[in-house]
Ligand binder design. Structure first.
Ligand SMILES: *[C@@H]1O[C@H](CO)[C@@H](O)[C@H](O)[C@H]1NC(C)=O
Ligand SMILES: *[C@@H]1O[C@H](CO)[C@@H](O)[C@H](O)[C@H]1NC(C)=O
Ligand SMILES: *[C@@H]1O[C@H](CO)[C@@H](O)[C@H](O)[C@H]1NC(C)=O
Ligand SMILES: *[C@@H]1O[C@H](CO)[C@@H](O)[C@H](O)[C@H]1NC(C)=O
Ligand SMILES: *[C@@H]1O[C@H](CO)[C@@H](O)[C@H](O)[C@H]1NC(C)=O
Ligand SMILES: *[C@@H]1O[C@H](CO)[C@@H](O)[C@H](O)[C@H]1NC(C)=O
Ligand SMILES: *[C@@H]1O[C@H](CO)[C@@H](O)[C@H](O)[C@H]1NC(C)=O
Ligand SMILES: *[C@@H]1O[C@H](CO)[C@@H](O)[C@H](O)[C@H]1NC(C)=O
Ligand SMILES: *[C@@H]1O[C@H](CO)[C@@H](O)[C@H](O)[C@H]1NC(C)=O
Length: 817
């Protein structure tokens, strides 16, 4: 027992003493002060008590400010109260036990004291024969300079050299050993295959930037580094949006290797991301502009950590490029680099050569060519700019070295290649880098060859890249749908069956499983995924993913609780618990679906025509909000169709635009026609073709339009709605429907016009209900509730275009007619 205790004690002693010996390479000095100062959990000791081997305190004089009000604000002000002033060349010599990377931080604040005005100082500072500062003439502000040096001698000497007839001063000094893995041994030069060894340089911190519009204080960083907010550097027309999710950061995820020494959780847990919320097609760069001093190389480090929570709980394929001064540095592929791990910090680095910093500007951009991607994701968490000492062993701007014209020629070399460090390559050198690089290349090649093999096996199942939507493993879908249990079938269509499923994270899905070996189906499968990947909107059903494994064709959508619009309009059984829709709900559904289609027609440079608008393709969520579904027949048009006149007419019988049928001319107006048919179904509460009815009533359009033309609108009204809707509103609705069903496309309104008119009808209806509510107080609560909902729905969700803009456009169109 006693022995054990002794042993424990001994172990503790050994641990403690070893801890002390490594900590003894740390020096925090409060210069010129008789007192120690405590700051950020460190004691800055008075330099009057330092051993003379470090500094001869008889050298120089101590000085204290008499005007503490003039001190810069912040924690550091206590360090600025005193200074040591040297009239002759003087040196701090710090004994170094362990060789390696050291950080030196120098604090300067030129206060005025009765005996001396420190702003009159002029001096140079050097360390280990590197010039850190040459002929520094302080301005009135405080200055904290930070350097990193590889020390392989038993002393670190810090020299202050005043100009003749002037003097030098220093307020505080920090010297401490850095973790060895903080910096790589080498870094690739941008756009070359060359590497630069870092240890032979003295390094000065120029900028440490925390993205996400928040700065990180010295307290929050293990090495007392300050990280400035990116907001001051954000470029013009920035499409950035701050994200914060500190909880997501997991330093052991993704293979580890990165510790909090590299950057704290406050850096990795915040980011600036591309704001693509309002527009799934956003394809812009995020840009930051920095000033740097020309004539030096710069080590740049880009920090990433995926902290963006996907609304569906899936890992998105995230891939984008990093550019520095318009030159591509690296492609970031989250899935490859961070091993697809959410919350795993990692970084990429490179050296920008002096030829590229000639203009003194460093513009960082991230973004890139995202061919087909839903709501492109690009983001960055942190960025460091470190200046490297040059041939003159100097970091001072007065020693800048400009390369000759021959190397200027080289800088325009368009070949891009770079060995970028990834987390695993942290503490290893060239060899490992080469191995990683080689592996990556091999892996890419392998993937390419696997890909081309697949292509050969199944020649049509090709997506130009894997960046389309989320590719699901078949196993996951089988698990969600109980191995395609027939009891979970919620729909059967031309393409195949639709199953309800529940993913592990409890997300409910609808999985549409294509009947195998149908070439037709394959083309539609592909079109649908491509369309849904490109177009995202509140009123278009969302794609969650797809699966093309083992010749399956499965599309996974968000689950729509209330099923199709069709199922809520007719064919009710007596014991049916489906709710019949009120007039107002029907209008809201029409408005929603019209918004979705309007977005398809106008949301991108080239209109997309749905081609299969019908009540069975309008789905309702739990609150009866409408979403347009089934994009298998969608086409970009209209000019595309001119070259495709021979294409077989496609669509659903009963909904087909007569103009398209006869002339095979496909335009957005074909969708408007089909939508008119849906509007008829909505008001009549019956199917487009109903063979059980008397002959003249079988065809809904013929029958209804005949009665509408005769002004007998009440005869076509769904019996369920009788007495629940004003006849002049029915009349207006029918007029609108009639216009949509015009024989020629040019007679029909655009989807935008139609939407505007439907919204108007909905507003009238809301007003009527409100008026009725005044009579009947009991109704108040429910109606007020839905009025609010309407106003929320009504504002600004057409592809991020504000409603006022849409209205303005419609007015213009109206006038030009
Ligand atoms: C300052 O700190 C050092 C080391 O911790 C200690 O030896 C010294 O006595 C302290 N001086 C004062 C004035 O507190
Ligand atoms: C301050 O240092 C002590 C001892 O090293 C440590 O236990 C404590 O966590 C530190 N506090 C902060 C806020 O870093
Ligand atoms: C850097 O430090 C290492 C020890 O950590 C030493 O072996 C090496 O010689 C140093 N390099 C230079 C260029 O000073
Ligand atoms: C700095 O230069 C002096 C003279 O050239 C030399 O004696 C000394 O060893 C050098 N110190 C270092 C750390 O390289
Ligand atoms: C950044 O933060 C500042 C201050 O908190 C705020 O005024 C500004 O709007 C923020 N910028 C962005 C883009 O969120
Ligand atoms: C962090 O990642 C590791 C490795 O993937 C995992 O074991 C651990 O549970 C994660 N921690 C948290 C808090 O998620
Ligand atoms: C990626 O993850 C897999 C398993 O999750 C692991 O075996 C592999 O070592 C990881 N690779 C890297 C580079 O971290
Ligand atoms: C950096 O961006 C600024 C502002 O957009 C621009 O004026 C400048 O030309 C850019 N410089 C470089 C080197 O790309
Ligand atoms: C982003 O910037 C790079 C470099 O300037 C450029 O090549 C690329 O086209 C830009 N991307 C977008 C979407 O503007």
């Amino acid at each position: 027992m006693i022995n054990l205790k002794l042993l424990t004690l001994w172990v503790l002693t050994v641990l403690c003493s070893s801890h002390i010996s490594s900590a003894s390479d740390s020096f925090f000095i409060n210069c010129g002060s008789p007192e120690n100062a405590t700051l950020n959990n460190r004691t800055f000791v008075s330099d009057s008590n330092l051993p003379t081997e470090i500094v001869d305190s008889t050298q120089g004089i101590s000085l204290e400010t008499t005007d503490s009000n003039s001190l810069p604000s912040g924690d550091e002000s206590t360090l600025f109260e005193t200074a040591r002033v040297f009239s002759d060349e003087s040196t701090y010599k710090f004994p170094i036990k362990q060789h390696g990377w050291f950080l030196i931080r120098l604090y300067f604040f030129p206060f005025v004291s009765p005996s001396r005005d420190l702003t009159a100082a002029k001096f140079s500072v050097s360390a280990q024969n590197f010039t850190l500062i040459r002929d520094y003439k302080p301005s009135k502000t405080s200055l904290v300079k930070e350097y990193t040096l590889n020390i392989s001698t038993d002393h670190l000497s810090l020299e202050f050299r005043p100009k003749i007839d002037s003097f030098a001063f220093i307020n505080a000094v920090e010297v401490f050993k850095l973790p060895e893995n903080l910096l790589p041994e080498e870094a690739g030069l941008i756009a070359t295959q060359k590497n630069l060894k870092l240890r032979t340089h003295a390094i000065e911190t120029v900028s440490r930037i925390n993205m996400g519009n928040l700065s990180v204080t010295r307290d929050q960083d293990k090495l007392w580094r300050r990280w400035d907010s990116d907001s001051a550097f954000i470029g013009e027309a920035h499409f950035g949006m701050p994200v914060e999710n500190l909880k997501a950061v997991n330093f052991t995820a993704g293979g580890g290797g990165i510790t909090e020494d590299v950057a704290p959780v406050y850096v990795y847990g915040t980011a600036t991301r591309l704001n693509s919320e309002n527009n799934p097609n956003t394809n812009a760069n995020l840009t930051w502009n920095f000033r740097i001093e020309p004539g030096f190389d710069y080590f740049l480090r880009f920090h990433f950590c995926n902290i963006i929570v996907d609304p569906f709980g899936f890992e998105r394929q995230i891939s984008f490029d990093i550019y520095v001064n318009s030159e591509r540095v690296e492609t970031v592929d989250m899935t490859e680099v961070a091993n697809g791990t959410f919350g795993a910090p990692y970084f990429v680095y490179a050296v920008m050569q002096k030829e590229r910093s000639r203009e003194g500007a460093l513009n960082l951009s991230i973004g890139g060519v995202m061919d087909v991607s839903l709501y492109p994701v690009s983001f960055i968490n942190g960025f460091e700019i470190l200046k490297l000492s040059n041939e003159k062993r100097s970091l001072d701007v007065s020693d800048a070295v400009f390369s000759d014209s021959s190397s200027r020629g080289k800088s325009s070399n368009p070949r891009i290649g770079l060995i970028a460090g990834v987390s695993a390559a942290l503490c290893v050198g060239l060899v490992f880098c080469m191995v990683v690089f080689w592996c990556c290349v091999r892996r890419r090649r392998k993937m390419q060859s696997v890909h081309s093999r697949e292509v050969k096996q199944n020649e049509s199942l090709i997506f130009s890249s894997s960046k389309i939507g989320y590719r699901f493993p078949l196993g996951l879908i089988k698990e969600a749908t109980d191995d395609f249990d027939e009891r979970l079938v919620i729909g059967v269509g031309g393409f195949g069956k639709v199953y309800k499923g529940v993913l592990r994270d409890k997300t409910e899905i609808a999985a549409k499983r294509g009947a195998p070996q149908s070439r037709q189906g394959l083309a539609e499968f592909k079109t649908e995924i491509e369309m849904l990947s490109q177009f995202r909107h509140r009123h278009l059903v969302s794609l969650i993913g797809y699966c093309d494994e083992s010749s399956e064709m499965i599309i996974v959508y968000e689950f729509m609780e209330k099923g199709t619009l069709k199922s809520h309009l007719y064919d009710f059984d007596d014991d049916d618990d489906r709710k019949r829709l009120s007039w107002r709900q029907r209008l809201e559904i029409c408005v929603g679906a019209a918004r979705g289609l309007h977005y398809l027609h106008t949301g991108s440079a080239r209109a997309v025509i749905h081609r299969d608008v019908k009540s069975a393709n309008i789905l309702l969520d739990e609150s009866f909000m409408a979403k347009v579904a089934d994009f298998g027949l969608s086409k970009t048009g209209p000019d595309l169709d001119q070259t495709h006149v021979s294409t077989a007419v496609k669509g659903s019988f009963g909904y087909l635009d007569p103009e398209y049928l006869t002339r095979q001319q496909l335009t957005e107006k074909s969708d408007v026609y089909s939508f008119g048919v849906v509007m008829l179904e909505v008001i009549c509460g019956r199917a487009v073709i109903d063979p059980s009815l008397p002959r003249e009533e079988v065809n809904l359009i013929e029958w209804a339009m005949k009665l509408v033309k005769r002004g007998k609108v009440e005869e076509i009204l769904d019996p369920f709605l009788e007495g629940k809707v004003k006849s002049e509103e029915v009349k207006k609705y029918c007029e609108l429907t009639e216009k949509c069903l015009g024989q020629n496309g040019s007679e029909r309104p655009t989807m935008g016009d139609l939407l505007w008119n439907l919204e108007f009808l909905l507003q009238v209806q809301a007003k009527d209900e409100k008026a009725a509510m005044v009579d009947d107080d009991d109704l108040e609560a429910s109606v007020v509730g839905s009025t609010v909902q309407f106003s929320v729905n009504g504002v600004g969700d057409i592809a991020g275009v504000s409603m006022s803009k849409v209205f303005a456009q419609m007015v213009v169109r109206e006038e030009t007619r």
